[in-house]
Design a protein around this ligand. Structure first.
Ligand SMILES: [Zn+2]
Length: 178
């Protein structure tokens, strides 16, 4: 799935501002109109895009700074290693454990990371970006349907993100009326 929609869906599911906040919503009470969110929103968005940011994102940044423009070719090997780590169950389990040991409250927003990878599994078709979910134990991958080739998956994922945020908003409204 495209990186931004991962952030939008991760934040919708794994933040107190989103659905995980339930009817109570963000951590601190709503004081002023701009305080519609709490830190878990931004943290969940970050963890939602993190697997791509910490792999392909580094490649694109390097390309940009070296004046090559953003290219999909010439991706160095270490980027694929990072892609393996950030898109595998083992990599996630280790990083998630370290994150939560460091700051317990990260348990919720950091769940956006495994959700990103679980969504990648069916939406990446044959090619170099199949999700290495069982790395380093097995090369097994699931050849799904590429979101970049199928507009229905691309738009469907944004509709899903919108629907989740709508549900979160309605839940909040139902509390204010009660
Ligand atoms: Zn990804």
């Amino acid at each position: 799935m495209d990186t931004l929609v991962h952030g939008a869906i991760g934040a919708a599911l794994c933040s107190r501002t989103g659905l995980a906040g339930g009817r109570r919503g963000p951590l601190r009470g709503r004081k002023r109109w701009w305080e519609f969110s709490d830190w878990t929103l931004w943290a969940a968005f970050f963890f939602g895009i993190f697997p791509d940011l910490a792999s392909l994102g580094i490649h694109f940044m390097m390309d940009l700074f070296t004046g090559n423009g953003v290219r999909w070719h010439g991706i160095p090997d270490f980027i694929f290693v990072l892609y393996d780590v950030t898109h595998s169950l083992l990599g996630i389990a280790v990083c998630y454990g370290l994150l939560v040991a460091w700051k317990r409250a990260l348990w919720l927003p950091a769940l956006a990371w495994p959700i990103h990878v679980l969504m990648d599994v069916p939406t990446h078709g044959q090619g170099i970006f199949l999700t290495p979910i069982l790395w380093p134990f097995s090369d097994w991958t699931f050849a799904g349907w590429s979101w970049w080739l199928d507009k229905r998956i691309f738009f469907g994922s944004w509709w899903l993100a919108g629907g989740l945020w709508l549900a979160a908003g309605l839940m909040r409204l139902s509390r204010r009326k009660a």
